[in-house]
Design a protein around this ligand. Structure first.
Ligand SMILES: NC(=O)c1ccc[n+]([C@@H]2O[C@H](COP(=O)([O-])OP(=O)(O)OC[C@H]3O[C@@H](n4cnc5c(N)ncnc54)[C@H](O)[C@@H]3O)[C@@H](O)[C@H]2O)c1
Ligand SMILES: N[C@H](CO)Cc1c[nH]c[nH+]1
Ligand SMILES: [Zn+2]
Length: 430
């Protein structure tokens, strides 16, 4: 099932090639997305309806979901689902609540104090995927930190279901979060709408959320073209599992399939310390794949994935650091000793009993994470992403007397006389 490579036989170039994914080499996705953005800019809501018909096969009656309709949809959610969403909400809230620690005021020089204060980003746009599967869990993952941060205007966009309506689960989560601005729009057009504003959809300052390659590319383009901030590129899901002899091959296969079922362009990578483990996992993959409702999607993702045999766990972690996966699972009893070596990963799952689905839904950590190697430089979503950190400083007369000569010398070095004078004038003479 998974094509296998031996790490020892791979050149640096081949390793780099294996680590590349979802790169729009022919610019095909970029071109499509640019056209969508331009159309939304020119035709606003009208373009949104056209694209809904073209890509979703339905035109929603209204883009905005009125409060009453939101309530009616939410009421359709059964008790079991409500309970599960509430437990997930409570755990995610608990984990995220502690993320805004107050920072101390620091006196850097006598009379000179500096500190930072958090300020919520006022207008944020949350994209909730809904192409092949509607993800109410994503609304929890984005809505909870936005609320904790104190964002004032929270706009949510989600593609229409086959009936042209919003999913009742999304409506229910919006209700528990107290979010009222919910719009039935999906894809790159939703990103363009929130970035530029339309007759109905408000323009926001920062965009959040995962999505397919069109959505992710759209976020990157509106960021560079229109200066709208984005959380990070969070595209097709991926997982890398490091496994040694202490792993459970059937658990490993189940975790690989859990990510593979997201989309055909997802990647599920196995890095194992023996060919025997790869063989066992491959056997289990075939057995388990045959039972999945989303077998076709998962099968395509697996054909776009691979396994690597390494000599030991250290080598396996070295590869994982190159790959920089969205999710990293350490399916080994030795997981603790590997933690300090991990450099690049969005979210890490330790031991044989930590399925990645736990982080997807309910353990408490955020599931909106960097893909395609962006975990080398980006973190997943947290409360931090919804705030700006503003620095403050207060300097007394004594403070400027203490630090002034240093500032004046630095201004002289840079040849910026007005800078020097702005200090000198306070010290009693230019
Ligand atoms: N990285 C993360 O944190 C994370 C989290 C959850 C999900 N995901 C990923 O999100 C993605 C969800 O994808 P999805 O497609 O199911 O939902 P989606 O909501 O991202 O995309 C659906 C939209 O894509 C647009 N679209 C579809 N085909 C198109 C085409 N040919 N041209 C232009 N636009 C087109 C349509 O407008 C449609 O509404 C998956 O790849 C999943 O792996 C990632
Ligand atoms: N695995 C996804 C992030 O890549 C998140 C998710 C939502 N629902 C199920 N899974
Ligand atoms: Zn998932």
């Amino acid at each position: 099932m998974l094509k296998a490579y031996s790490y020892a036989k791979l050149s640096a170039l081949e390793i780099a090639g294996l680590c590349e994914r979802n790169i729009d080499v022919s610019n095909k996705i970029s071109k499509t997305v640019e056209e969508i953005i331009d159309r939304v800019k020119d035709a606003g809501d009208h373009a949104l309806s056209d694209f809904a018909e073209k890509f979703d096969g339905v035109i929603p009656e209204r883009l905005f979901v009125e409060k009453e309709e939101l309530g009616k949809l939410a009421a359709q959610v059964n008790e079991k689902a409500r309970k599960a969403l509430q437990v997930a909400y409570a755990n995610i809230y608990k984990f995220h609540q502690t993320q805004l620690a107050r920072e101390e005021k620091i006196e850097t020089t006598g009379g000179v104090s500096c500190w930072r204060e958090y300020r919520a980003i006022q207008k944020v746009g949350l994209y909730i995927p809904g192409g092949t599967a509607v993800l109410p869990s994503t609304l929890l993952m984005l809505g909870i930190p936005a609320k904790i941060a104190g964002c004032r205007d929270i706009v949510v966009c989600c593609p229409p279901g086959k009936d042209g309506k919003l999913s009742p689960y999304i409506a229910y989560v919006a209700k528990i979060l107290g979010i009222e601005k919910v719009y039935i729009v999906g894809g790159a057009q939703a990103i363009a709408a929130m970035a530029l504003g339309t007759e109905t959809i408000p323009k926001v300052s920062k965009l959040f959320g995962p999505g397919n390659q069109y959505v992710t590319r759209a976020k990157m383009i509106v960021h560079s073209r229109y200066g709208v901030a984005i959380d990070m590129p969070a595209g097709p899901s991926e997982v890398l599992v490091i496994a040694d002899e202490s792993c459970r091959p059937d658990f490993v296969a189940a975790d690989l399939l859990a990510q593979a079922e997201h989309s055909p362009d997802s990647q599920a990578i196995l890095v194992a310390t023996s060919a025997g483990i790869i063989e066992k996992v491959n056997k289990s993959l075939s057995d388990q794949l045959a039972e999945l409702p989303r077998m076709e999607i998962a099968g395509k993702a697996l054909s776009n994935s691979y396994a690597i045999e390494t000599a030991n766990l250290n080598e396996a972690v070295t590869f994982a650091n190159h790959y920089a996966s969205e999710h990293l699972i350490l399916a080994s009893e030795q997981y603790e000793s590997l933690i300090p070596q991990i450099r690049n990963a969005g979210s890490v799952f330790l031991g044989n009993f930590a399925p990645e689905a736990a982080g997807d839904y309910a353990s408490g950590t955020n599931h909106t994470l960097p893909t395609s190697g962006f975990a080398r430089a980006y973190s997943g979503v947290s409360v931090d992403a919804f705030v700006k950190k503003v620095t403050f400083q207060h300097i007394t007369e004594e403070g400027i007397a203490n630090l002034g000569p240093i500032i004046e010398t630095l201004a002289e070095i840079e040849g910026l006389e007005a800078h020097r004078r702005s200090v000198a004038i306070r010290r009693g003479g230019i």
